[in-house]
Design a protein around this ligand. Structure first.
Ligand code: TGC
Ligand code: FAD
Length: 410
C-alpha cells in the first residue's frame, strides 16, 4: 500500500520580518519640526527619502563586502550633500548650518561611512580651501568637489600622533619655488580614492602649514587600511609622502599654525553631532518596530516593562541630543558658536548613539547580530565615530579646560 507523501519541509527558515526601512518613523518627541523652516524640512526629507530608497537596500551588502558604494557619489552631489554650507558661487549648497546638520543626520541614518565621505569632502577638504585658499585654488577644486568629479581627503593624524597633532612629524621644506613634503599620515578617510589630499605639515620654523597635494604626484602612495570591523562601507587609508614636490601655489596661504586644521575639525565635528543622532534614530526605530512585531510569552515584547524602559531611555536621550543639536546649529548660524560647545555635543551625542545602538541590539535578540537589521553595523560604525575627530576623553578635557581654565591634557 502506497504511503501518503510526507509534507514538504518548510524551506523558509528566514526569521519573520519585524522591521522594514520604509516603515521608519522619525522620533520627534518635543515637536522640533515646529522650529524648522519649510525649506529645511524639505531638504531634510529629500535626504531621508534618498536614504530609505537608495541607501537602505544596498548598504548592508556593501558593508559586508567592505566596499564603498561609489555609484552613490553623483546622488550625493545632486542632493547638495557635498559642501552644503560652501557658497553657491563655488558649487556648494549655500545652506544654513541647521540644514547641514539635518542632512548629516539623515545620511548617517543610512550609514556613518557615507556621512564620513560627505563630512570629509565638505568640512575637511572644501572648507579649508574656501577658508584658507587662493581664488585659483577655490576655482580649481571647489566646483569639482561639490559635483563629485573630484574626491578629497584630509591628512592630520599620523601613526604615532593622533590626539595631539601639535606633535606631528610630517615636514615641509622650502626648495626654491617649491615645497618638499616628507611624512606619513594614517587613518585618512577617502585617501585611496582621492584626487587631492589636504596635508598638514610643519615647516622649517615648526609652523603648521596646509598643502593641496594631488595624489598622482611622484612620491605619494595611499595604501588602504583594510582590516577594520567598523565603517566597512567607507575607505580609510594611509598617506605616505616621500620627497613629494609641490609648487608654492599648492600651499593654503592663509593657514598658519595648528588653528588651521583645528578650525576644520570644528566644522566636521559639528556635522558628526547631528550624524551620530541619525544613527541612533535608525537603531531606535528598528528596536521600536521589532518590539511591536516580535512576540514572546504570547504577547509583543513591546508590552514588557523592561523592553519599554529601554525604548524610553532611547527616546529620552535622542530627544535631549536633538535639542542640543538644534541649539548648536542656531548658535553656529548666528556666528556665536564656540568650538568648546561643539566638543560638548560631540562627546554627548556619540556616547548617546553608542548606548542607543547597544541597547537596540539587545532588544533584537539573536537576529540582532546579523545584517537582517542595521543595528550592529551602526554600533560598529559608532566605535569609529566616537574615536575620530577627537576621542571622548579629548572632548572631556576640552570642556574641562573651558569650565575650569586649567589644561589637563598632560
Ligand atoms: P591649542 O593651544 O588649544 O590651540 C591651538 C590654536 O588653535 C585654536 N583652536 C581651535 N580653533 C578652532 N577650532 C578648534 N576646535 C580649536 N581648538 C583650538 C586655539 O584657539 C589656538 O589658537 P591660537 O590663535 O591661540 O594659536 O592646541 P593644543 O595643541 O593644546 O591642542 C588641543 C587639542 C588636544 C584639543 C587638539 O589638539 C585636539 O583637538 N586634538 C584632537 C585631534 C583630533 O580631533 N584629530 C582629528 C583628526 S581628523 C579626523 O579624525 C577625521 S575623521 C573624518 C570622518 O571620516 O568623518
Ligand atoms: P590616541 O591619541 O593614541 O589615543 C589612545 C587613547 O588614549 C584614547 O582613548 C584617547 O582618548 C586616550 N588619550 C590620549 N590622550 C589623552 C589625554 N591627554 N588624556 C586622557 N586620555 C588620553 N584622521 C585624519 O587626520 N583624517 C581622517 O580622515 C581620519 N579618518 C579616520 C577614520 C577612522 C575610521 C578612524 C578610526 C580614525 C580616523 N582619523 C582620521 C584619526 C582619528 O582622528 C584618530 O584616531 C583620533 O584622533 C585618535 O587618535 P589615535 O587613534 O592616535 O589615538
Amino acid at each position: 500500500m502506497s504511503q501518503p507523501a510526507p509534507p514538504e519541509p518548510d524551506t523558509d527558515v528566514s526569521a519573520p520580518e519585524t522591521w522594514a526601512p520604509e516603515a521608519f518613523e522619525a522620533p520627534d518627541y518635543y515637536a522640533l519640526d515646529d522650529l524648522l523652516s519649510d525649506e529645511a524640512k524639505a531638504l531634510r526629507d529629500e535626504v531621508r527619502t534618498f536614504v530609505t530608497e537608495e541607501v537602505a537596500p544596498i548598504i548592508e551588502e556593501h558593508a559586508q563586502r567592505a566596499e564603498f558604494p561609489r555609484h552613490l557619489i553623483p546622488a550625493f552631489a545632486r542632493r547638495g550633500l557635498l559642501g552644503p554650507t560652501i557658497p553657491a558661487e563655488y558649487g556648494g549648497g549655500g545652506h544654513s548650518s541647521v540644514v547641514y546638520g539635518l542632512m548629516m543626520q539623515e545620511l548617517e541614518r543610512g550609514d556613518s561611512g557615507l556621512r564620513s565621505f560627505c563630512s570629509v569632502t565638505g568640512s575637511l577638504v572644501m572648507y579649508p580651501i574656501w577658508r584658507y585658499g587662493t581664488e585659483a585654488q577655490k576655482e580649481r577644486w571647489l566646483p569639482a568637489l561639490a559635483n563629485g568629479e573630484a574626491i578629497g581627503c584630509f591628512g592630520l593624524t599620523e601613526p604615532n600622533v593622533g590626539s595631539n597633532p601639535a606633535d606631528m612629524q610630517t615636514r615641509a621644506r622650502r626648495e626654491g619655488d617649491a615645497w618638499v613634503l616628507d611624512g606619513h599620515k594614517r587613518w585618512s578617510t577617502n585617501a585611496t580614492m582621492a584626487d587631492v589630499a589636504v596635508i598638514w605639515a610643519k615647516d622649517e620654523e615648526d609652523i603648521v602649514r596646509g598643502f593641496l597635494v594631488e595624489t598622482d604626484r611622484a612620491g605619494v602612495t595611499t595604501p588602504p587600511i583594510d582590516d577594520t570591523w567598523s565603517l566597512r562601507a567607507a575607505v580609510t587609508s594611509e598617506v605616505v609622502l616621500d620627497d613629494v614636490r609641490v609648487p608654492e601655489a599648492a600651499r593654503l596661504p592663509d593657514a598658519k599654525g595648528l588653528k588651521g586644521p583645528l578650525s576644520c575639525l570644528t566644522q566636521a565635528r559639528y556635522g558628526i553631532c547631528w550624524g551620530a543622532i541619525g544613527a541612533a534614530m535608525a537603531c531606535y526605530d528598528a528596536a521600536r518596530q521589532h518590539a511591536q512585531n516580535r512576540e514572546q510569552f504570547g504577547q509583543p515584547i513591546g508590552g514588557f516593562q523592561l523592553m519599554q524602559e529601554r525604548l524610553v531611555d532611547m527616546v529620552q536621550e535622542i530627544t535631549k541630543a536633538q535639542l542640543l543639536n538644534w541649539r548648536l546649529g542656531t548658535l553656529k548660524d548666528a556666528g556665536t558658536m564656540r568650538p568648546q560647545q561643539v566638543s560638548l555635543a560631540k562627546r554627548n551625542n556619540c556616547q548617546t548613539a553608542l548606548e542607543v545602538a547597544r541597547s537596540a541590539r539587545q532588544m533584537l535578540g539573536g537576529n540582532g547580530v546579523t545584517s537582517m537589521y542595521p543595528v550592529m553595523r551602526h554600533m560598529n560604525n559608532l566605535e569609529s565615530v566616537v574615536t575620530y575627530e577627537g576621542t571622548h576623553e579629548i572632548h572631556t578635557l576640552i570642556v574641562g579646560e573651558d569650565v575650569t581654565g586649567e589644561k589637563a591634557f598632560v
